[in-house]
Ligand binder design. Structure first.
Ligand SMILES: CC(C)(COP(=O)(O)OP(=O)(O)OC[C@H]1O[C@@H](n2cnc3c(N)ncnc32)[C@H](O)[C@@H]1OP(=O)(O)O)[C@@H](O)C(=O)NCCC(=O)NCCS
Length: 159
């Protein structure tokens, strides 16, 4: 097993993050299909410039970015969530680890980095959403996440 480090994501990581975003393709529901690496790259760059957005990357010994996650502070960023604890919550968006490096605790370490940051900024919870069939649910459960409910995305195609 190789060694890796976790550090804060910077603008210069956007292209590597966009490459890793291909890992979401097999687990994506219909609405999230068809997103290109260029879309992801500009989205990441834009979000990292906004207050309340942070990211973490896992870096292999050779400097390659092998995993990432993004966190949005719902207490800082304007958010559509209005549940009582929303302003004390960090939303974890996207988490992926290169296939060759899975099962070594990298995703757990990325979530831990997000959790540490959340605690330091006085936040009391982390929110995430995941497709029902995703095996990542067992990882989230192991790390202490509890299921809140089931959300179904629906879309009407307008002729
Ligand atoms: C989910 C994911 C980030 C886990 O990364 P990881 O670094 O292997 O995770 P860790 O080593 O910290 O933990 C391994 C856990 O992930 C789970 N897991 C989920 N998908 C897995 C996969 N394809 N390969 C190995 N483990 C996987 C294992 O069940 C394991 O849980 P356990 O320890 O309770 O048995 C990674 O599999 C991935 O990138 N998947 C595709 C993208 C994705 O589904 N992201 C989550 C979207 S909400």
């Amino acid at each position: 097993m190789g060694r890796y480090t976790i550090r804060t994501m910077t603008q210069s990581d956007a292209e590597a993050v966009a490459r890793l975003a291909r890992l979401f393709e097999p687990i994506s529901t219909t609405v999230f299909r068809g997103i290109t690496a260029a879309d992801v790259c500009s989205w990441v760059r834009d979000r990292l410039n906004r207050p309340g957005w942070d990211g973490f990357v896992a870096v292999a010994e050779d400097g390659e970015v092998i995993g990432f996650t993004l966190c949005k502070d719902l207490g800082k960023e304007e958010s559509e969530f209005i549940f009582p604890e929303a302003r004390e919550t960090i939303q974890l968006l996207y988490l992926a680890v290169d296939e060759a490096f899975r099962g070594q605790g990298i995703a757990s370490a990325l979530i831990q980095a997000c959790e540490d940051m959340a605690r330091e900024s006085g936040r009391t919870g982390i929110l995430l959403d995941v497709t029902e069939s995703n095996p990542a649910i067992s990882l989230y459960r192991r790390l202490g996440f509890e299921r809140l409910g089931a959300q179904v995305f629906m879309r009407k195609k307008l002729e």
